[in-house]
Ligand binder design. Structure first.
Ligand SMILES: *Cc1c(COP(=O)(O)O)cnc(C)c1O
Length: 425
């Protein structure tokens, strides 16, 4: 069970909304920092452990700077993400570049930054060599295909476009060594939003066994193993969060059983978690502006799926609370919807909630807070239907609020059009 909390009361929210009108995502710096420190404490059993935050989850340089100050690096997969990591002061091997179908100029940029290059295909060894010249350290991404059984894998590895097969991994490291690469890393990413600790421990076991096999078959001694991302968060109050201590201890057990006898100790352990780092510490704050009673009862928010795609895209559950009504009975059933012209623009379907007051009832309408939007939230947004994405606020550790991204305007929406040419067109 996980208690679904929100760090602000209704009165505080009213004050914030005077300055920054809804909708907005607000992130809790204290929550993020405490979470990061729990991870560091659990994984300190691995000397040289580093987490490379998956920038795509929350691509805001202010957030990245908070993480950098805690010693975290970044996992980037595009040129823009490399620039974000750079803005936050992340440098060299603190940055992992895990991309796929990568253009040559992005490989060149990643190499120039000194990032750890993680290649997605065996053909990329020569592609990279031709584009940028191979660096001293190269990582290869492993796709276990049918070998990785799992419980709740989102997308079977066998059907995933990523990574090298087992046979290609062996061949790939041999090839890299022939080409003069001196330092080697192994990576995989096989799950998404996976709450099972044993699943992640089994992923580590799979990589450790492969590390030993690589050494036996090619003589290549790996320096780093990156366990990837995919650690889940308790979106539902009935879910239990992953216990970092249990996870780290479980990984240590398979490390001791496989890596030590293989003579591969010390092996650097890396992760590139996104969701679990910031997800639970973000909320989309909206207001109820309309109520509609037809075949179902609807609450219309001043936001839409442009600000949070997950419910529409995956049918994902996001918890919803109404500040000031936490203790009221949830005796109304609503579809909580946004304003986009797509019927799947629903933050919640047939959800039991307390009776919600809307702007149509007079006054500004209740705040409706959508939980766990700190990862893959604002980041996934889009402008379809002329929808402008909301801004981002940061609740600082001292209780103050800073705007770390302003809301979009129509000028932003039109910025890529050459309107000067329109008049004489
Ligand atoms: C998305 C992604 C991550 C982060 O995944 P989370 O589920 O947010 O932890 C890490 N690595 C790669 C390669 C990814 O594509």
């Amino acid at each position: 069970m996980s208690e679904k909390t929100f760090p602000l009361g209704r009165a505080e929210l009213e004050k914030i909304a005077e300055r920054y009108p809804t909708p907005f995502h607000i992130y809790d710096e204290k929550g993020i920092v405490e979470n990061v420190r729990r991870i560091k404490a659990a994984f300190s059993i691995f000397p040289g452990y580093k987490e490379h935050f998956a920038v795509k989850a929350l691509p805001n340089p202010y957030i990245l700077k908070i993480l950098a100050a805690e010693g975290f690096g970044a996992d980037c997969s595009s040129y823009a993400e490399l620039l974000l990591a750079e803005m936050a002061g992340m440098k060299g091997e603190d940055v992992m570049f895990t991309s796929n179908e990568t253009p040559a100029d992005e490989y060149r940029a990643a190499k120039k930054m000194g990032a750890v290059i993680n290649l997605d295909d065996i053909s990329h060894i020569e592609f990279f060599e031709k584009s940028a010249g191979l660096p001293e350290l190269v990582s290869l991404r492993y796709n276990p295909g049918p070998l990785k059984e799992g419980n709740v894998i989102i997308g079977k590895p066998e059907e995933a476009k990523y990574g090298l097969t087992r046979e290609q991994i062996i061949r790939g490291f041999g090839l890299l060594r022939e080409k003069g690469v001196r330092r080697f890393a192994l990576h995989t990413m096989v799950a998404s939003n996976e709450l099972s600790v044993s699943y992640h421990i089994e992923t580590a076991r799979m990589l450790f066994e492969l590390a030993a096999e690589i050494q036996n078959k090619t003589g290549v001694r790996l320096e780093l193993v990156n366990l990837g991302g995919g650690v889940g968060i308790p979106y539902r109050p009935t879910d239990a969060a992953v216990d970092y201590g249990v996870l780290a201890a479980g990984i240590q057990k398979v490390y001791d059983a496989i890596i030590k006898p293989a003579g591969l100790d010390p092996l650097g352990i890396r992760t590139e978690w996104g969701r679990v780092i910031t997800g639970p510490y973000g909320w989309l704050v909206t207001r109820a502006i309309h109520k509609k009673e037809i075949y179902r009862n609807y609450i219309g928010l001043d936001s839409c799926m442009a600000d949070l795609m997950r419910p529409a895209l995956y049918g994902a559950y996001h918890h919803i609370t109404v500040p000031g009504k936490e203790n009221e009975a949830a005796d109304e059933t609503y579809d909580v919807v946004g304003s986009l012209c797509e019927n799947n623009d629903k933050f919640a379907v047939q959800r039991w909630l307390p009776k919600i007051r809307t702007a149509a009832d007079g006054g500004p309408g209740d705040f409706v807070v959508i939980h766990d939007t700190g990862a893959h939230g604002r980041a996934m947004g889009f402008n379809y239907n002329g929808k402008l994405r909301c801004g981002e606020l940061l609740l600082r550790q001292d209780g103050s609020v800073a705007q770390i991204r302003r809301p979009e305007t129509t000028e932003d929406y039109f910025a890529t059009l050459d309107l000067a040419g329109l008049k004489d067109f």
